[in-house]
Design a protein around this ligand. Sequence first.
Ligand SMILES: Nc1ncnc2c1ncn2[C@@H]1O[C@H](COP(=O)(O)OP(=O)(O)OP(=O)(O)O)[C@@H](O)[C@H]1O
Ligand SMILES: [Mg+2]
Length: 254
Amino acid sequence: MALLEVRGLCKRFGGLQAVQDVSFGVEPGTVKALIGPNGAGKTTLFNLVSGVTAPDAGQVLLRGQAIQGRPPHEVAALGLSRTFQQIRLFPGMSALENVMVGAHVRGRAGFLAGLLRLPSTWREERALEARARRALELVELGHLAAAEATSLSYGQQRGVELARALASDPALLLLDEPAAGLNVRETDELARLIGRIRARGVTVLLVEHDMSLVMQVSDEVAVLCFGQKIADAAPQAVQRDPEVVRVYLGEDEC
Ligand SMILES: Nc1ncnc2c1ncn2[C@@H]1O[C@H](COP(=O)(O)OP(=O)(O)OP(=O)(O)O)[C@@H](O)[C@H]1O
Ligand SMILES: [Mg+2]
């Protein structure tokens, strides 16, 4: 069974059909890329899958369970986590504290227990901190745990975001343009990191414009254009697909 399956997803904004009847699956343990020109509907699709936006029609199935229209925190608790196209770190907090916000998704002690500083909360807080540290180490930023997150370099801030998404120990990780703004060396490191994440059994759905990264890390590539899926196959097959080539060379409309 696919870990994630979307069926007939549709989303309209006023007169614009941002996502139109899109279906695809992501097999467990694989990396799937979602590519397409600016405005193709990639981020909108991520928002539909992660519960940020409710679809007009269609289904999102996680391990066969319908989750469309559920709020983001419920979707996150089911094992789906994501990063955002624009970095969203909390200023005035350390890298570690920012990552702990992600680890909290899995915490059981409630808000009230937290306020009362019950022993159960304290123990849980320590466990969350340990998990957040492991996530920071995985992205090779363990040595910067105490640094203020927004004082880090752009590439490091992207790493903290990724660690935050990993800290909840997700089954499925959605990355929205993780290489945006990274230099060549940082992009190479990101490719290796995605490989390590995959090797840990985390399934990845990746939106990315950097084609060499996409070709390097993906098992499958789906292509969106004006809200519609126009290809979905192995990377080499997608690269040779005449319609995909047309879209990317801008010779024609899809
Ligand atoms: N909340 C919204 N209200 C109105 N229109 C929106 C909204 N969100 C997205 N759109 C529009 O929907 C279309 C798809 O946008 P989306 O952000 O999903 O594209 P994208 O593929 O992620 O593009 P990019 O590669 O530039 O990030 C665009 O035309 C965009 O302007
Ligand atoms: Mg986008």
